[in-house]
Design a protein. Structure first.
Length: 127
C-alpha cells in the first residue's frame, strides 16, 4: 500500500477514533474530572480501539508483538497531549479548547510513531 493511501486511511480512521476519544474526554470533563484524569481515562478506553483499527485497517500488523510498541508510542503521545493542554490552560483557554488544539498535533505524532516504530519494524521480523 502506498504512503498516500496509508495516510488517507489513517486520517479517515483517525477522525472516527478522535471523535470517539474527544467525546469521552468531554464527557469526563463534564463529570467534573480535571484534564489529566479525563485524558488518562480516555486514552485507556481508546487504546484498544486504536490498536485494532489502525493496526488492522491501515498498517496490517495488529499482532501481539506490536501491542507493547503501540502502548509505548501512546505513552509518548499522551505526554505531548498533556503538555499541550497544560500550556493552553496557562494561556487562559479552557480544557475543551486545549483538547481540540492538541488533537492535530497528537494525530501527526501518532502516524509517525505507528508507521515508523510500531508496525513498520515488525515487517522485518520473521515469525
Amino acid at each position: 500500500m502506498s504512503n498516500e493511501s496509508k495516510i488517507f486511511k489513517f486520517g479517515l480512521i483517525g477522525v472516527l477514533n478522535s471523535a470517539w476519544s474527544y467525546f469521552l474526554y468531554a464527557f469526563f470533563l463534564y463529570l467534573g474530572l480535571s484534564y489529566g484524569p479525563a485524558s488518562l481515562l480516555t486514552i485507556l478506553l481508546s487504546i484498544g480501539l486504536g490498536f485494532l483499527t489502525q493496526g488492522t485497517l491501515v498498517f496490517g500488523g495488529a499482532t501481539r508483538r506490536a501491542l507493547p510498541r503501540f502502548i509505548a508510542a501512546w505513552v509518548v503521545i499522551y505526554a505531548l497531549y498533556l503538555l499541550v493542554v497544560g500550556l493552553t490552560q496557562h494561556l487562559g483557554l479552557n480544557n475543551y479548547i486545549g483538547g481540540l488544539i492538541a488533537t492535530p498535533m497528537v494525530a501527526c505524532l501518532s502516524y509517525v510513531l505507528q508507521s515508523r516504530y510500531v508496525f513498520q519494524s515488525l515487517s522485518h521480523v520473521r515469525p
